[in-house]
Design a binder for this molecule. Structure first.
Ligand SMILES: [Zn+2]
Ligand SMILES: [Zn+2]
Length: 360
């Protein structure tokens, strides 16, 4: 025997009773009436969206590359602990992550083969220009940040990224309202309609990046994108000539949470775009389920620059494909003071002139 199901009013949560006249369920508190079908649809929608979210990712199987790598060396930085690969041309190098020159060559012990690589497209000259242009009009920029010699210490690094692809099936319910206002000669009217919105659908994601290097600044690596993945190439060691290459030390499993979060948030954003006909929308429950979750390992090009100022290290990253610059510069307090002192002096001079004019 089917269990007797009691329904609650979707508007005010009070119990609904069957109205024999209208053959609908009636709410004695708010007076609304609901057909059975509407309530079962609503129920099904709520059930779907209140299920726990499910994230399934395939395991990543790593593989080493077997090409001739005799030209490569391993470098390790005793200051920040970075372990990176570079070709022999990078003899007396400084660490791209922390700017220290306490970086020593070690025996190269093979490296992981990425699934793909985006080769550097912005060369050093162009990266330096991008950096200079970015801070050209920066107010009170310390002189150290315009010093060509320092900017020249910029180094190209292939940063390891985990790339996540998946399909995301989601169901989100919202409580929504639409308000209509009108007036006649006697009164102003406000009508508020209440809705329960149920949105179902699937969104495909490709190349959601999460950097796999503990040395790379996560915030920089998140804002340095987007990269154009149509230019991704199958890996060849030749792409590394003249550049450093880091290998991951943060496993894909540890990056999965970041990827889940991004997929979930982007899906919520896409679904949110379908609710803009309402004046107020409050999400009630969200359930996402991933399918075809694939993880790939990629090397992406980044120019890195470290500038020391007032005992602090300022790190900058330039996208090696697009030239986008990320990083914050400090303000030269001396320059700022002198600027405001000058402004103040001009202010005094102007008021002195006005005072003199008034006296005339
Ligand atoms: Zn009610
Ligand atoms: Zn270092």
């Amino acid at each position: 025997m089917d269990a007797v199901k009691s329904y609650k009013c979707p508007c005010c949560s009070d119990a609904l009773i069957f109205n024999a006249d209208t053959q609908m369920l009636h709410c004695q508190s708010c007076g609304n009436e609901f057909p059975f079908d509407t309530l079962s649809e609503l129920d099904a929608g709520n059930e779907g969206a209140s299920k726990p979210s499910k994230y399934n990712w395939q395991r990543y199987e790593e593989r080493n590359f077997d090409a001739d790598l005799s030209d490569f060396s391993a470098f390790s930085c005793s200051s920040c602990g970075a372990e990176i690969t570079g070709d022999s041309s990078l003899g007396a190098a400084i660490c791209p992550y922390c700017g220290s020159n306490a970086i020593a060559k070690k025996q190269f012990e093979g490296s992981l083969c990425p699934d793909y690589i985006i080769p550097f497209k912005v060369d050093k000259k162009a990266a330096m220009k991008a950096f200079e242009d970015n801070f050209k009009t920066a107010p009170f920029l310390p002189d150290e940040f315009r010093d060509k010699k320092r900017i020249e210490q910029m180094q190209g690094v292939y940063v390891p990224f985990w790339m996540f692809d998946c399909s995301c099936n989601a169901q989100i319910t919202y409580d929504a309202q639409r308000t209509t206002l009108w007036s006649d000669t006697n009164y102003d009217y406000t009508k508020t309609d209440y809705f329960r919105l149920i949105r179902k659908g699937s969104v495909d994601f490709e190349n959601i990046p999460a950097d796999g290097s503990s040395k790379a600044d996560d915030a920089h690596m998140e804002s340095i994108g987007p990269y154009d993945y149509s230019e991704a190439m199958e890996f060849r060691p030749e792409y590394l000539s003249g550049y450093f290459a880091d290998r991951y030390d943060v496993s894909s499993e540890r990056c999965v949470d970041r990827a889940n979060e991004r997929v979930k948030n982007s899906t919520i954003e896409v679904f949110g775009d379908t609710t803009d006909r309402y004046s107020l929308v409050i999400p009630q429950s969200t359930c996402v389920e991933f399918s075809d979750g694939k993880i790939r390992y990629a090397l992406l090009p980044v120019w890195m620059l470290n500038i020391k100022y007032n005992g602090q290290n300022y790190h900058f990253s330039v996208n090696g494909q697009t030239g986008k610059v990320v990083g914050e510069y400090p303000v030269d307090e001396g320059k700022k003071k002198r600027y405001f002192a000058k402004l103040l002096a001009i202010g005094y001079a102007i008021s002195a002139v006005v005072a003199v004019l008034l006296l005339l």
